[in-house]
Ligand binder design. Sequence first.
Ligand SMILES: [Ca+2]
Ligand SMILES: [Ca+2]
Ligand SMILES: [Ca+2]
Ligand SMILES: [Ca+2]
Length: 265
Amino acid sequence: MHLRHEIWLTLEFGFFILAMNCYCVVFLLVALHFAHGDVSYTIAEEMKSGFVIGNIAKDLGLGIATLSSRKVRIDTDRDDKRYCDINLSTGDLTVSYRIDRESLCGKKANCLLKEELVLENPLELHRISIHVQDINDNAPEFSEDLISIEITESADKGARFLLTEARDADIGTNAVQRYNLQNNEHFTINVNTDVSGRKHSELVLVKELDREKEKELELVLTAVDGGSPQRSGTAIIHITVLDANDNAPVSRAGSGSAICSKTSC
Ligand SMILES: [Ca+2]
Ligand SMILES: [Ca+2]
Ligand SMILES: [Ca+2]
Ligand SMILES: [Ca+2]
C-alpha cells in the first residue's frame, strides 16, 4: 500500500511540474507578444489627413526594412473608421481620418484614442494611445433664436428671470464662459455656475417697467466662450410687459369720460 501511495504521489507531483511548465511556456509566449513597449502621443483634434503624429518606428526601435518584411499594420477595436496609418517608407504614424474630439468623446475631459500596431512573423503587438486635445471649433449656440418672456409691470426691482442656456460642444475654457446683455435701463444679467461648471444666466430687473410707456422690449443676449479665437452666439430676448391695474379712472371735466395717471388721477 505504501509503495502504491508513493507512486501516486510521485505521479501527481510529476503532473504538477508538467502543468507548471506548460503555464510557464504559455506565459512566456504571451509575455513575448506583449513585452514590447507601448507608445503614447498627444495631438490636437481636427488635424489634416497626412499630419504626422510621430515616428512610431523610431519610438519603438523598429528598423524601416522590418516594417515591410513583417507586414506592419494599424489595427483598431472599432471596425468602422481607421483614424491613423503608418508610412512604410518613413515609419511615420499619420492621421488618416478626421479626428473630431466632440463626436469621439463628447463632454469627457480626457479623450483617448486606442490603436494597435501589429507586426507578423513573429506576431508582435504594441498599444498606441493617442490623447486628443480640444480646439475651439464650436461656437456657443442657443436652442432658440428668440427667447420670449412675459413680465408684469408690477414686478419689483431685483426680480429674476431665468434665461435659456447656450450650448457649446467644446470643453473647458473653449466652452461658454460668460453672457453679455445689450445695454438698457431696465435689466442687467447675472450668471451662476453650477457644480458641473455649467453657466446659467438670469435677467435681473433694476428699474421697474411701465406698460403704459413701453409694451415690449427687445434685448440682444450674447454667449461667449473662452477659446482662441473667441467664438460667440446670440439670441434676442423679447419681453412682453403685462398690464397691471395701476391706474385709477379719472373723469375729464365736463366730458363724462375717464382718463388716468399712474401717480395721480
Ligand atoms: Ca471638433
Ligand atoms: Ca473642439
Ligand atoms: Ca467653443
Ligand atoms: Ca397698467
